[in-house]
Design a protein around this ligand. Structure first.
Ligand code: TMP
Ligand code: ASP
Length: 253
């Protein structure tokens, strides 16, 4: 079957969907870090992120967070609503780590006075620079009402996901969200898009502080596949077949 490829990113491919206004989101095993400087493959990651993101998006929609997710189609694909992606990566942080720890010379793992929301421009050539609301509105990437919606949604998502992960012994240290504009009968709604997975979250075991996310790949900590499997297992979405069946086919055209 030949399908029109709409967009290929580092970890996912978007194909034309079966009906107008839909897309098929295909999850690859490819991993990159530091804006493509480090590249690799995490066997089975696509299968697990497909399940993990499905689960989290469904739970979020149950509490009234609008998302692009429609349904999972197979091991590596999900049907999503076609949205106009807002070119901003929204990062919510609960604990100092990663670029925040580096920028302000904070010890990784130290508590933050409160949750912090940051915006980064999605632009690989510029290396996704940190931007302020002023930049976002002045350059027209989003308007003040959009930013207001995005901030409120992101804080709700943080509260809900922090609790959900706490329930399975994981600390949600920080995570990245993307949003899109969905047009329905002349009305525009902001909806959660992209994915939520160990690629886009930092998840530490509450007891041991063991990292169970993409930092294992970024920092060459080993046991990368096992970390993704452990998150899926604790969420109750680890496919029965196990890792041997996770080696998926190459992306079809
Ligand atoms: P950072 O500390 O490197 O800024 O990352 C913050 C969070 O955002 C972390 O959970 C990983 C996630 N993230 C992405 O999903 N994509 C990216 O390109 C970057 C830089 C971070
Ligand atoms: N995904 C980003 C990249 O490809 C960064 C990251 O997650 O560390 O560089």
């Amino acid at each position: 079957m030949r399908r029109r490829r709409i967009y290929e990113g580092k970890a996912k491919v978007l194909f034309e969907g079966p009906e107008p206004g839909t897309l098929v989101q295909y999850f690859k095993d490819d991993a990159t870090a530091f804006n493509n400087q480090k590249q690799g493959v995490i066997t089975g990651k696509g299968v697990l992120n497909n399940r993990i993101s499905e689960y989290l998006m469904l739970r979020l929609s149950e509490i009234g967070v609008p998302t692009h997710f429609v349904r999972r189609l197979n091991m590596r694909e999900q049907l999503v609503r076609e949205v106009e992606i807002i070119p901003i990566e929204v990062v919510v942080r609960n604990v100092a780590a990663g670029s925040l720890a580096k920028r302000f010379r904070l010890e990784e793992g130290s508590a933050l006075p409160r949750s912090i929301v940051e915006y980064y421009l999605k632009n690989d050539e510029l290396g996704d620079p940190l931007v302020s609301e002023e930049h976002i509105t002045a350059f027209g990437w989003a308007n003040p009402q959009d930013i207001d919606d995005i901030l409120q949604l992101s804080l709700r998502i943080n509260d809900f996901l922090s609790g959900l992960f706490h329930g399975i012994g994981l600390r949600l240290v920080d995570f990245k969200l993307e949003y899109g504009r969905l047009w329905e009968e002349e009305q525009m709604r902001i909806v959660l898009a992209d994915e939520i997975s160990p690629d886009s979250c930092r998840l530490w075991d509450i007891e041991t502080n063991e990292k169970l996310d993409k930092d294992r790949f970024r920092r060459d900590l080993g046991r990368v596949e096992e970390a993704y499997q452990e998150v899926a297992r604790r969420l109750g979405v680890l496919p029965e077949a196990g890792p041997m069946d996770l080696k998926g086919p190459k992306v079809m055209q």
